[in-house]
Structure formats: C-alpha cells, structure tokens
Design a binder for this molecule. Structure first.
Ligand code: AMP
Length: 419
C-alpha cells in the first residue's frame, strides 16, 4: 500500500517522497484515514512505529481545509509532549512534513529563554508543540491564546502522567474550545490513562499496533548476570571486544550516568551523559556528537532518553535495570528501529533479580541469560535493597515536583524538569 491511497494531498505526498518513505507504517495506515475522517483517536503506539507522522500528516491535511493565509494566525493545533526532546522532534516532523504548506508552527519548552517564544506567539502560529509546564507559563502571562484550537494531540500521554503533568494537562484542557478533535497517543494503558481518555475523547476510534520491541523478532534481548562492582569493567570489555561504535547505555540515576561516563572515558571509550541536570545545549550537543559518531557511548537516564530519535541504533545496554518495568520496553525501543537489527543487553546484579522478574512478566517472555567468563557472579553475595531515589515516579501522584531553586514559577520548573 502506498501513501497515495491514504487521502493526503500533493504537498504532503511530496514531502513524504522527499523523506524517502515509500510505504506507510502500520500505525500510519490505520491512523491517517481515521484522523482524516475527523474522529477522536486513542492510539497505542510506541516511539519507533512512525506515530509522529501518523498524526502530523493528517493534522496538516485537515488544517488545509480552511486555511487562513492572511492576518495573524490563531493557534489551531496544540500538540503536548512530556519532554523537551520529544517536543523538538515532533516540531521537526511538523516542519519536515509541512514544508510545502503555508502553516506557521513553533515549539515551546522550559529550560530556555521565554522571550523568543513570546515573540513567535505574537507573530502568530497555527501549530504549537509544547511541554505542559512552559505552556502554562505562557498562559499565565497571557502570551498565548488557545481559544481557537481545533486539534489537540497528547503524545506519549502515559509518560506525561508518569511525570506528574496531569493537573497541568487538566488546566490546559479547560481553556480549549469544547468543539475540537482529540488524539491521544500512549505506549501503555494504565487505569489513569483510561480515565484521562474517558474524560477527553469523544467516541474515540481505537488503534493499536504491536509493541514492536516485545513482539518483534528484530531486537535480540540478552541478560549478562554480573556483580554490581564488575559491571563497568564488563561494559568496557563488551564495547571493546565487539568494537561497538554507537552504544546507548541506561542508568537509573543522573549521578550514575555521570560517573559511568567518566569511568568509560578512563577506559579510553569516548562517551557523554545526558540527563535532566544538563543544560539543553549540553544535551543537544551530546546527542549530535553521538549521532555523528564522534562519541561512542551515550549514557542516559530514562526520561532524558525519551523520544531520542536515532535510527538503527545497534546496541542498547541496561547498565542498571529500570525499577519501572515499562521503561525496559521504552529503552529497548531505541534499537532495531526502521527494520534494522538490534541487540538489547542488560547487566543484571543480584539486587535486580526482582526487577528482571517483573520485566519478564510484562513482556511475557524469559530473556536468555549468558554468563561471561571472568565476570560470573559471586554466589555468596546477598541481595541488598536498591535505594529508591526521590524521582517523579516514586513520588505520590498529584504531589508537585520540587521547584527549581532558580525560579519561583513552579510551572517553569515542571516543564523543564526531567531526569
Ligand atoms: P516515530 O515513531 O514517530 O518516532 O518515528 C520513528 C522513525 O521512523 C522516524 O525516524 C521517522 O522518520 C521514521 N518513519 C516514519 N514513517 C516512516 C515510513 N513510512 N517509512 C520509513 N520510515 C518512517
């Protein structure tokens, strides 16, 4: 099936062709015609499935139905995302697919100056991609008007709830016109997501595509049992022995990411850490260097890594297993994308065996284990409880995250907060 059958017009088909896409992905095949029929949509799709084009293309098509070419453009489409990185990537997609169309768009998120964003709003934009906290900040300053919004898209809604954005989302929803089309994309469907969907969506069409990294045979998953204090040496050995050139490594904490990155450097392996304490500039630079191949290893925390779009990433390493099982699925979703093969390796110490069990239960399969000679775990070591850090997901729901010391505006701190 080709894109021409989906009901998209020429400027969009041309942009798709220029991207080199020849066939819509399963989510695009399902979502595009339904969204074009103006239905609300509840879609289960992870990053890597082509979901962004799945909602951006029909959105751009529908905006053209009564496009406004003269005068100041009111905001007609609002796309909310949990993180700055995802907001940036979604906005890039809007620019890419909309390049032959006259719409103006902008992206707003915290952690960067607000004045250029205010300037963009003042000049008028049709499409806004935003993280909830910074958008609320603009709303509070009356620098954005959402009274003409026709389309609302919540991207990675599960992650937004995980990050404590539910009240921000509710405040934003209250400002939108009642008559609009709503699309909700989520990788997982917790009770909270179902509740949000019930309150937001009007007789939604349900779309679900296979969770490609659990169902897919493309991602080979492997566990190396190893003691905690030997993980770093094993990681360096694996990278060097396999001559791996582009490795994404996950740690549970920001501190752990920094420490590991420094230790790898000592082993002669170029690396950088990305997490919520790094400035936007540092994160963008690290990602660019990683994509360009000038650093071999990117060490990331879960939230910082969300939405990172790197195609055909061959190796994802869980230096530490996540305490939230769904994060495992998100993590390994970084590999084996766009039809390429990938390997997801987890270094698991005795303290993490319960996490491993929880993950295997979630993905409904046992992950093969392989002991590496010289790194076999010491059977006399007893498991110790893993210290829970005070991050968003361990925080009771509805409790506000800490404000950043640099600002008294809690909404700013929330929009820019990530691990
Ligand atoms: P997403 O799930 O939206 O993050 O997209 C994952 C990746 O798939 C992005 O790099 C897109 O550029 C790419 N992509 C989206 N649609 C297609 C398609 N129809 N054919 C090939 N690649 C695609």
């Amino acid at each position: 099936m080709s894109f021409t059958k989906l009901g998209l017009s020429k400027p969009l088909l041309q942009a798709i062709q220029e991207q080199g896409y020849t066939e819509p992905t399963p989510i695009q095949k399902q979502a595009i015609p339904i969204i074009l029929s103006k239905k609300d949509v509840l879609a289960g799709a992870q990053t890597g499935t082509g979901k962004t084009a799945g909602f951006t293309l029909p959105l751009l098509e529908l905006l053209g139905e009564h496009a406004q070419s003269k005068g100041k453009h009111p905001v007609r489409a609002l796309i909310l995302t949990p993180t700055r990185e995802l907001a940036t990537q979604v906005h890039e997609s809007v620019l890419t697919y909309g390049k032959h169309l006259p719409y103006k768009s902008t992206v707003v998120f915290g952690g960067v100056g607000i004045n250029p964003q205010i300037g963009n709003f003042r000049r008028g934009v049709d499409i806004v991609v935003a993280t909830p906290g910074r958008l609320l900040d603009h709303i509070g300053r009356k620098t954005v008007n959402l009274s003409k919004v026709e389309f609302l898209i919540l991207d990675e809604a599960d992650r937004m709830l995980d990050m404590g954005f539910i009240n921000d989302i509710k405040k934003i929803l209250a400002l939108l016109p009642k008559n609009r089309q709503n699309l909700l994309f989520s990788a997982t469907f917790s009770d909270d997501i179902k509740k949000l969907a019930d309150s937001l969506l009007n007789k939604p069409a349900l779309i679900e595509v296979a969770r490609r990294n659990t169902a897919s045979e493309l991602v080979e998953q492997l566990v190396h049992p190893v003691d905690k204090d030997k993980k770093r040496a094993l990681l360096s050995k694996l990278i060097k022995k396999g001559d791996w050139k582009q490795v994404l490594v996950f740690t549970r904490t920001k501190h752990g990411a920094n420490k590991l990155s420094e230790q790898l450097a000592k082993d002669g392996i170029t690396s950088a850490a990305i997490h919520g304490n790094k400035s936007q500039g540092a994160r963008t630079k690290a990602l660019a260097n990683f994509k360009a191949g000038s650093i071999r290893v990117l060490v990331a925390t879960d939230i910082a890594a969300r939405g990172i779009d790197i195609d055909q990433l061959p190796h994802v390493i869980n230096f530490e297993l996540p305490n939230v099982s769904e994060d495992y699925v998100h993590r390994i979703g970084r590999t084996g994308r766009a039809g390429s093969e990938g390997v997801a390796i987890s270094l698991v110490c005795v303290d993490e065996l319960q996490y491993l069990k929880d993950i295997e239960k979630l993905i409904k399969r046992k992950i093969p284990q392989e002991r590496i000679e010289g790194f076999e775990p010491d059977p006399t070591i007893k498991p110790e409880p893993i210290k829970k850090k005070s991050n968003s997901r361990n925080r009771p729901r509805n409790k506000k995250p800490d404000a950043r010391p640099t600002t008294s505006r809690s909404s700013v701190s929330r929009s820019s907060r990530s691990r």
